[in-house]
Design a protein around this ligand. Sequence first.
Ligand code: CA
Length: 228
Amino acid sequence: MSRTRILIIEDEQDVIDLLMLQLRKAGGFNVSTAADGASGLRKAREELPALIILDLMLPKMPGLEICKVLKMDSATRHIPIIMLTAKAEEIDRIVGLEFGADDYVTKPFSPRELILRVNAILRRGKGETLEEKMSIGAITLDPARHHVSVGAKAVRLTSVEFKLLSMLMKRKGRVQARDRLLNEVWGYESLIDTRTVDTHVRRLRKKLGKASAAIETVRGFGYRLRES
Ligand code: CA
């Protein structure tokens, strides 16, 4: 299993230690750190991590500025950013979200809570908003708008159903094993039974109506989306 690279940009060593400890406990992460804004920005560009934990108050370059620069650059825009802010920085916090940060945590924070947020964001999938619209038969999926339609009719899917359909469409014509779908839709740490996949596919099919005929069951293995 490949490790998920996380970059922590933070000048307070005790906060870094706390985060490192918690991420190590959670497992599966490859963590690098930067103690000031300028080197943080450089590392973000070089390493292209799966996620950045970014402190607001930093020497050399403030966190908001880094966030803005990364979110304006097409090479780094897709990288989710969690901002760390002190409680008094209410306004900056909001601005942080306006600058495109994906989430924020106020200091002092519970490391466990932060890891939960990290996992939630990583599960949401990387760079979905940059992906092109996909169509198969009457089904159209627009990742940027998080929108699915069958013909002219909009279909309301849960985020899990959306992700499932998106995986199947991206890999149309190829069989997707249940455990692989589970891994990618629910996250690698998930201990959910593979039958959960069947339940969600069943719900997805129901919502898609006739168009769901494109989703084939490959018995004892998984699912496949027919190409035509
Ligand atoms: Ca700081």
